[in-house]
Design a protein around this ligand. Structure first.
Ligand SMILES: Nc1ncnc2c1ncn2[C@@H]1O[C@H](COP(=O)(O)OP(=O)(O)O)[C@@H](O)[C@H]1O
Ligand SMILES: [Mg+2]
Length: 151
């Protein structure tokens, strides 16, 4: 499943659509170079999940995980600065966290082996304002999700 967006606003809209249908326990793994639109997509997801707090969704600078409260909590991981898998173990990221809300992980490839089943989202720069966003399901839940909400 591949979607092209032609502006940041379109990527936010796509994120909103995702956010409206995600539920606690869902995990999204975002993979893509700097500037490919990962955080922009998360911003849309937060909005779709009903996050209204003053806290803007941004790239966490030194914190690796942020929590936003919406209809269900949104846990936003940004592993950009993570270089050793040990670091993630120090974070105490444990299976329990994943069931408490929706989790979205930027640079998910860095903790692939520690993630429960996740919906993979590959983002690529295709031009100044053009992004290619691919959704890859690794299980039935996400296959159904894509078929129902993204097609
Ligand atoms: N179609 C698009 N989708 C998402 N971002 C876009 C798009 N076109 C341009 N941009 C710009 O690209 C940048 C994406 O940044 P960001 O979402 O922080 O990426 P990442 O988290 O992957 O590093 C932003 O400055 C955004 O305005
Ligand atoms: Mg980012």
């Amino acid at each position: 499943m591949k979607i092209i967006t032609n502006s940041p606003e379109e990527t936010v809209k796509l994120g909103q659509k995702l956010g409206r249908h995600l539920k606690a326990g869902d995990v999204l793994g975002l993979i893509g170079e700097l500037g490919s639109g990962k955080t922009t997509l998360v911003r849309g997801m937060a909005s779709g999940l009903g996050v209204t707090g003053r806290e803007a969704v941004a790239s966490p600078s030194f914190v690796l995980i942020r929590e936003y409260s919406g209809k269900v909590p949104l846990f936003h991981f940004d592993l950009y600065r993570l270089d050793k898998i040990k670091d993630i173990e120090y974070l105490g990221v444990d299976e329990y966290l994943f069931d408490k809300g929706v989790c979205v992980v930027e640079w998910a490839e860095k903790m692939k082996m520690l993630l429960p089943d996740y919906l993979e989202v590959d983002l690529a720069l295709k031009g100044e304002t053009k992004r290619e966003i691919k959704f890859i399901a690794h299980n039935k839940r996400y296959e159904d999700f894509i078929a129902r909400y993204l097609k």
